[in-house]
Design a protein. Sequence first.
Length: 140
Amino acid sequence: CPRSTRRLGHPAFPFRALRKAGVPVVLGTDSLASNDDLSMFAETRAFADAHPELRPREILAMATSSAAAALGAGAAWEGWRDWIAIPCSAAREASVWDAILAHEGRVSWAMVDGQIVRLSEPIEARRPCRADPGERRKCA
């Protein structure tokens, strides 16, 4: 939670030392008590600003697939049932990864448990599904 750390005046997160020691580091948000919003896009941008030596693709993995793996949720492959779509114009950015990292605002649409959802509705959190990627079962 890079923005919360900064807002609360905590010392800089020891990312480089932890990474050198082989500790998996992932990104997330914590609460509105220490932030103005819960935007993962804003968190990834704040982390990128603090760590310009990292490629956008690495930072996005820390907020997505690496974070999911840390929670035991697996990764997205064929048969993924949860994902988002964002407007992205790689022509204006150095790469599609830069464009995703630069995204601000809402996502275009989302799919939760294989169903497209209206973004004006809250999305109910479910426990991570540990099924094989090809297995299609609903996780309760």
